[in-house]
Design a protein around this ligand. Structure first.
Ligand code: IPM
Ligand code: MG
Length: 350
């Protein structure tokens, strides 16, 4: 029997509640399909940090490295600074495993109602996930006149920028898409985004069949709302992609809907899947978080593992529950709990 080793990092807050539903769906799929998912649940979180002084053990990456995929809930909780949880767990995994692509589909599934008028929404954001504005370099100095002077660097390398651009174009070709739109801000960021545009100019030459364009990030947020039907593949830097995808998920009705695949395209290290939402301390522990983002992340994980039939089965089950319309979490105007939604999806699996 085919066996996959899945490492689970539920993390903090609602992360724990939604990963439980992701695991349940994998267990049910495994039982139905003669595939075995072996889980290794890791307690790495802010709670772990308060006990041990670290978000994960020193050999954390070594522990994760032999699994087939990682499912993460969310990290961050009051009592531990957000910068600590991200810098000591999320980014070390994304960077350490060279998960340089952060794939974020934004698609209005059947049964969902978009808060915006133009509801032809079906595109992907290919977010750079290893450098850019998230490079974690900078310094604090002193300006003789203005006082404290804080510098936050951005790093855009030829390799880092070219590989994400190329991934976006390759994705377009493989998935029968016709356009790639790059998110830029080269009118204001005279080094980083001017270079970003130059790399797009180089790379697009290899894809004459794909319509290439770029748009400044401010105008692009407007386009997301006004003309989402015109979007197919959006390629964006780390920070721009982060912002655009919260907007994208909100366009589907809730931040709880969208998934995210931190992909290592070479397969040299495992990829990590997670909902795009955070740990939501305001609703944590109440059992009302929407598990859709996690279930969709599991769908992406199954696709990446090559289990396409299982991935489709999970997506079909989720759509069936949405179309039936009875079971919805409060963020979508319903009264169902996290586990009621998860159970309904499991019951609809065929
Ligand atoms: C995301 C999150 C993270 C990010 C945070 C928690 C650092 O917002 O995955 O989108 O900015 O990458
Ligand atoms: Mg985000």
């Amino acid at each position: 029997m085919k066996t996959y080793k899945i490492d689970l990092i539920p993390g903090d807050g609602v992360g724990i509640e939604v990963v439980r539903e992701g695991r349940k769906a994998l267990e049910k799929l495994g039982a139905m399909a003669d595939v075995k998912f072996e889980f290794n649940e890791l307690p790495w979180s802010c709670e772990y940090y308060l006990k041990h002084g670290v978000m994960m053990p020193e050999d954390g990456l070594k522990i994760l490295d032999d699994c087939d995929a990682i499912l993460l809930g969310a990290v961050g909780f009051p009592g531990v600074s957000d910068v600590v949880s991200a810098q000591n767990l999320l980014f070390p995994i994304r960077r350490g495993f060279d998960q340089y692509v952060n794939m974020r589909p934004i698609k209005l599934l059947p049964g969902l109602v978009s808060p915006i008028k133009n509801d032809k929404i079906d595109f992907v954001v290919v977010r750079e996930n290893s450098e850019g504005e998230y490079c974690s370099e900078g310094c604090i100095t002193e300006d003789p006149v203005k006082g404290k002077k804080v510098i936050q660097n951005s790093i855009f390398t030829q390799l880092g920028t070219e590989r994400i651009m190329r991934y976006a174009y390759e994705y377009a070709v493989k998935h029968g898409k016709t356009k790639v739109l790059s998110a830029t801000k080269s009118n204001a960021l005279k080094y980083s985004m001017v270079f970003w545009d130059e790399v797009q100019e180089q790379v697009k030459k290899d894809y004459p069949q794909i319509e290439s364009s770029k748009m400044h990030i401010d105008a692009l947020t407007g386009k997301f709302i006004m003309r989402p039907d015109d979007l197919e593949v959006v390629v964006a830097s780390n920070l721009f992609g982060d912002i655009l995808t919260d907007l994208g998920s909100a366009m589907l009705g809730s931040i709880g809907i969208s998934p995210s695949g931190n992909i290592n395209p070479t397969g040299e290290h495992p990829s990590m899947f997670e909902p795009i939402h955070g740990s939501a301390p305001d609703i944590a522990g109440r059992g009302i978080a929407n598990p859709m983002g996690t279930l969709w992340a599991v769908n992406m994980m199954l696709d990446q593992l090559g289990e396409h039939a299982l991935a489709d089965a999970l997506m079909d089950a989720m759509c069936a529950v949405l179309v039936a319309g009875k079971i919805r979490t409060p963020d979508l105007g319903g009264t169902s709990s996290t586990s009621e939604f998860g159970d309904a999806v499991c019951a609809a699996l065929k």
